[in-house]
Structure formats: C-alpha cells, structure tokens
Design a protein around this ligand. Sequence first.
Ligand code: GLC
Length: 542
Amino acid sequence: MTARDEPRSGEAPWWRDAVIYQIYVRSFADSGTRGVDGVGDLPGITSRLPYLRDLGVDAVWITPFYTSPQHDHGYDVADYRDIDPLFGTLADADTLVATAHDLDLRVIVDLVPNHTSDEHAWFRAALAAGPGSPERARYLFRDGRGPADAPGSEPPNNWQSVFGGPARTRVADGQWYLHLFYTTQPDRDWRNPEVGDMFADVLRFWLDRDVDGFRVDVAHGLYKEASLRDQVLDEDPATSEPKESMVARTLRDEPMWDQPEVHDVYRRWHEVLASYPGERMNVAEAWTQTPASMAKFVRPDEMSQAFNFSWLLADWSAQAFADVVTGTCEALADVGASPTWVLSNHDVIRHTTRYGGGPAGLARARAATLTMLALPGSSYLYQGEELGLEQVDVAPEDRQDPSWLRHRGATGEVGRDGCRVPIPWSGTSAPYGFGPGEGQPWIPQPADWASLTAQAQTGDDGSTLEFYRRALAARRGLPATTAESVRVDVDGDLLTITRAGLRVLLNCGESALPLPPGDVVVASGPVDGELPGWTAVWLTGQ
Ligand code: GLC
C-alpha cells in the first residue's frame, strides 16, 4: 500500500471534489521520441505533468491511447491492452502513471466499451466466421429488409449514426452490422455475456497498472432495446438527414440509448473497482435526458460520477445557470452522489466561442468557469481552456473528424477539429512548442497564437492562465461543502450562489452592478467597487 492507497481519514474520496483536467492525447504535447510527426504522445504528456501540478489540478483524464487505426482518433480501439505505436509503449504508460503519482496527480484513462474498431480481433473473427456463428454474436449483425425481388438489400432498421448517415453497413455475405458512430466502429452486443466478461478483465488490466479510474465512453449506449425497433426520425427531405442535431436526438428517447439493463454493467464494475486498494473511480459519459436519469448512473452501487452536460448546454443567463445548479443538486442528493460540472471537452465548441468569442466571449467564459469552480462536487477542465483558446475555424481540407468526413458539409456541421488543435506552449509561430521541428502539427495552428502560449501568459496577472492558477489555488482553500447546503438566488442578471465559506456572484448582464460588501477572494476580471458585466467574483465576510 502506498500513501495514495490509504483512505483519507474522515474525508470523502478524492474524486468527490476534484478538479480533473482532460488531455486530448493527440494534441497535448509531442515529445518527438516517436519521430517528428506533429502528433502528441505519452512521453509528451509525462514531460508536461509539472505544468499541471503547478496549475493546481488533482487529476488528469487521458483520451484513448490504445492500439487503433485512428479513424475516430482513438475511440476506435483495436487492442484494449496495448498502446498505439503513435503514442508510445506500455512502458511509457507506466512511466506516465508513476510520474503523475509522484506529483500527487491521479490518472483516469478512457474506456470505450460500446464499440470496437473494425480492426479488433473479435470483429475480424466475426467477419470470417459468417452468419449465425458465435463470433458474430458479439456484435449486432442482422439480415436486412427489402422487397421480395431484393430481400435483405435494405438495412434491418432505420437507425441513424451519430456522425450522420445510416448506422448500418453491409458486409460481403449480405448481413448488416450496427455502428452508432463511424462505419469502422461496430457496436458490440452487450446482451452476450462474453462481452461483459472481457471488459471486466480490461478493467483489471488497467487497475493492475495502477490507474485511478476510468472515463466511460458512451456509457448510456451499451444496451440497445432488444427489439432493435425503428427510431422515430424527422428527416429533412432535401438531404435525408435528421432535422435535429445529434445532441437533441440523443437527449430524446430512442431505442439505442439509456436502456435499463445498462445499470447491471455498472454494478459489476463497481465491485471490480471496490476490490482494489485506494479510491478508484469511474465517470460516465452519458448524454441522458434529465438530471433524474443521470442520477441513475450514480446510485450508490453503480458509477462514481457522471458528466453533467446540462451545465455545458445551458444558455448564458442567470436563470438558466440557476436552474441547472438547483436541478442537479436535487437529483443527485436523492442518490447521495456528488455533482460534476464541465464547460468544454473534445466533442463540443469551446466555451469562449459558444459564449460569443472575442473579448466578450472570453470574459463570459472566465466568469462561468469561476462560478463552476465554487460549486460543490468535481469540475472537469479541457486542455487549452486555461489559455483562453477559442474554437479554431479549421479549413475544410485540414478537417479530419469522421463526423465531417461522413458528409463533407452536406449537413452544415463542420465537425469537432476546431477544439482539438494542438496546444500552444511557447514561441511565436507553429508549432508553438507543441513539438520539435518547424512544421504545423496534425491540425494546423492559427498564425495569431503567439500571445496565447503558456509561456507568454505566465507571469502576466491579467492573463487567463494566471486567472486559472489563482482560482484553483483559492479553491483549495475552501472548506468542504455539500450539494444540499448550497443556496441559489437570481435577481435579474445576477446569480448568487451561497456555499460554505463563500458567496459567488455572477453578473450575466452587460452593465455593471453594485458589489455587495465583503472581501474579494478571486474575480474573473477587474473588479473595482462594482461588479462589471460578464464577471464573477468570490466574496467572503458579511
Ligand atoms: C464519445 C467521444 C467521442 C467519440 C464517440 C465515439 O462521444 O467523446 O469523441 O467520437 O464517443 O466513441
């Protein structure tokens, strides 16, 4: 047992109130030890861990680094127990975890149980073995529908892929397999017990390598309604694409999401995690419909946490933020779970840009972040938000996201490359210290990022990086609080959150408001006697 394995006496497990920093492995840091390829890697992450310790986070979540043909940049796993040569080796992963622990940082790895790559040994075996075989029964192969003169020529149901287009692809012998995402990401059949057994072993493989937890990809999708019935779709006749966005569709009741059987999987995983020393955890990526259905994933015998996407989806308004905080705290109090908060990740438009971009977008983003950091529970940060990065308008020829490649603009969606541009660390031109060499990394960086590098912002009190450092340091000094004890008030544009040791004021309007008496602990922008528009402040006293 190491000190990290011993329960913190009398304290809640570390993850209940942690700040967790998401690393998108391709875009964080390129060590150059894997060749100068403009792609981030594990040694690159290890070399930058001291920066994250100094930033003041508690843990890192690293997106998938397993063997993968990279059609969805690692979310298409060909071997769950090895590292893709692009990113390093198992020895590099061990070094990363050990170095993080030496720096008192925890490590969460990404688990992708819903689908494999089409290059996974099981899928290859399924193709080779043919219809009706036990190998096919690990995936969702079905015969097609179709008219009498062409039986089987149409997909067995009308399901749409999250990335656009049909969620079914036909193989040479005429059967169709299901892929809720890209054609190269076949969905497993979780009703087959072999699948669950295999995954319990994958969990143990990584727990034995001393990781602290798992982020569970598409956690609400593993089970499909057994009937595989058609989904209710509202298609645009011009494009044959659904009118609703991916998020809107996912949040609506559909036969492929949020089936009750999925909770048995998380009960089993709870036992696996509990059988290890230390406070191992998991967090669900579950685009569920309501706070109440999110709460089902974090019942006491299931997962530790679930991402609270309603915070990220909320409009910029005091009332909308208040409703999310209240709704979340109420729903989670019922099951005794701690809330989570997130504003950006590798799948959504960066929050600086969502809030309007430019100086106003940045001011709002900083204010929303400071509000989030005072809320009870854990906050998830996405790499680069501490630098105030905006969504990049990636040129069509440079886009690589499968959600773009599926339709190349036909639906107006540009894909997710704009939030995945490699991080600027130093210097005045690409690759801004992201890696060795002079050239552009795998997604080109903008020409005007010189003032946004970590190096340029360090020591500049007005910079976003120094603001994050101050806010995270102040958070460490806060007394513990619970979701039940938080009070939320709205007065026009002003949101006030009162928690143990602190009042948080967020001005969602453009005009300044009077600043009540109290001592300013930290503010998201200049505060001088009044609370300027789009600014948040932490106050003590009074
Ligand atoms: C999750 C990931 C996303 C990926 C998808 C398919 O939503 O966050 O990046 O494309 O799952 O694995």
